[in-house]
Design a protein around this ligand. Structure first.
Ligand code: GLU
Length: 419
């Protein structure tokens, strides 16, 4: 598949074009942002437990590094492709620029279902992938982090492999590390926490309060969905539906979130949870709720099902869960969308804190992390809201415009080499 072929890349590209046109962007800057700066494809041979060798496709794409080192996760998923990785790298550029980080946008991944591999195979694959991309990553070059299918353990193997190649510990090469090897307090729950901050800011703007009649549906009860559910539950909201790959569960009176969290922490599927009504993931997306959080994967709300989505507020916890046609359909009927590059930026913001703490060798307490996270999210939300009013556009376009404005300023100042 070529760089531009995937629907996801096309979607990111058309959002870039439409925001660029709305804000009357310098066409030369817009032209440069349509292409990733660098894309590396690697083969990752792994000796499986049965002695045979299997080769996996891996990628690392750096979209733009005007503002600083590349930043973005590594995804282990069967749908990973060069084009999807490029789209995600592009979104990282806009996300980091929007929330004011001194970082560019990158993304990596391996086309694999990590559930098919043993721990030893996963470790071997991660280490070989790291070796293959080592030439373009590093604390000053490009700093990976977890994404779908990867976690703190993956980052620990990546950091160790990179450190072995260098002969000394290089914690700054990745973020999302376990605390014991230089991770930041609060990183694990930061994306979900940021999603809930954004929901709270939106409620303030709408002069509404979260009460025990505020209904919430969460598509994807994982790294983002779980902490978001816990925070909303603590605020008294009624979480009526959650889902995982096996299906969704529903209780109009509100689910017992603590029970659900311990169920999934034991690696059990929601399909097997007794005493609740079981529905499909599609039905969950269409529930008549106050808040819908799509926190699983891209492209779950498209022009096919957008007219059936009834939620008043949609907080994009995942990257690209709504296509741009879906965004238009939902905003036209008055729905408020909190766009991914704002809504799920809590993860990369605390990744940035981890990188800074690592470089200073001075670690902050949880309260400092969460207060700083809150303040950056608040400032960024305000910036997007102001753009929405100024340009009379939806939140998605407003977020792109606010981000492109910062990027354009920096790219023009740095100029092009050779000019
Ligand atoms: N994978 C996350 C994202 O899409 C986090 C990236 C990071 O922390 O660098 O934002």
């Amino acid at each position: 598949m070529s760089l531009f072929e995937s629907p996801f890349f096309q979607d990111a590209y058309s959002q870039l074009e439409s925001a660029g046109t709305k804000m009357n962007m310098d066409p030369n800057v817009l032209e440069r942002l349509k292409y990733p700066k660098r894309a590396l494809q690697v083969s990752v041979p792994v000796r499986l437990d049965d002695g045979t060798v299997k080769v996996f496709e891996g990628y690392r794409v750096q979209h733009n590094m005007t503002l600083g080192p590349g930043k973005g996760g590594i995804r282990f998923h069967p749908h990973v492709s060069l084009s999807e990785t490029a789209a995600l790298a592009m979104l990282m550029t806009f996300k980091c620029a929007l929330v004011g980080l001194p970082l560019g946008g990158a993304k990596g991944g391996i086309k694999v279902d990590p559930n098919d591999l043993s721990r030893a195979e996963l470790q071997a694959m991660t280490r070989r992938y790291t070796t293959e991309i080592a030439m373009i990553i590093g604390p000053d070059k490009d700093v990976p982090a977890p994404d779908i299918g990867t976690d703190g353990q993956t980052m620990a193997w990546l950091m160790d492999t990179y450190s072995q190649l260098n002969g000394y510990a290089v914690p700054g090469v990745v973020t999302g590390k376990p605390i014991a090897i230089g991770g930041s307090l609060g990183r694990a729950e930061s994306t979900g926490k940021g999603v809930v901050f954004c929901i709270n800011f939106a409620y303030e703007k709408l002069n509404k309060k979260i009460t025990n009649s505020t209904t919430v549906a969460i598509h994807g009860f994982g790294k983002v969905g779980v902490p978001a559910a816990e925070d909303l539950d603590a605020q008294g909201a009624k979480i009526v539906a959650i889902s995982d790959v096996s299906g969704a569960i529903y209780n109009p009176k509100g689910l017992n979130i603590k029970e659900c969290v311990s169920w999934v922490k034991e690696r059990k599927l929601l399909r097997e949870l007794p005493g609740v009504e079981h529905i499909t993931n599609e039905q969950l997306l269409e529930l008549d709720v106050d808040i819908l959080i799509p926190a699983a994967i891209d492209g779950v709300v498209t022009k096919e099902n957008a007219h059936k989505v009834k939620a008043k507020i949609i907080a994009e916890g995942a990257n690209g869960p709504l296509t741009h046609e879906a965004v238009d359909i939902i905003t036209d009927r008055g729905g408020l969308i909190i766009p991914d590059i704002l809504c799920n930026a809590g993860g990369v913001i605390v990744s940035y804190f981890e990188w800074v703490q690592g470089m200073q060798m001075f670690f902050w307490d949880l309260e400092t992390v969460n207060t700083k996270l809150h303040d950056i999210m608040k400032l960024s939300f305000e910036k997007v809201w102001v753009c929405k009013e100024k340009y009379k556009v939806n939140m998605k376009q407003a977020a792109f415009i606010a981000s492109l404005d910062r990027l354009q300023g920096a790219m023009r100042l740095r100029g092009m080499w050779p000019g």
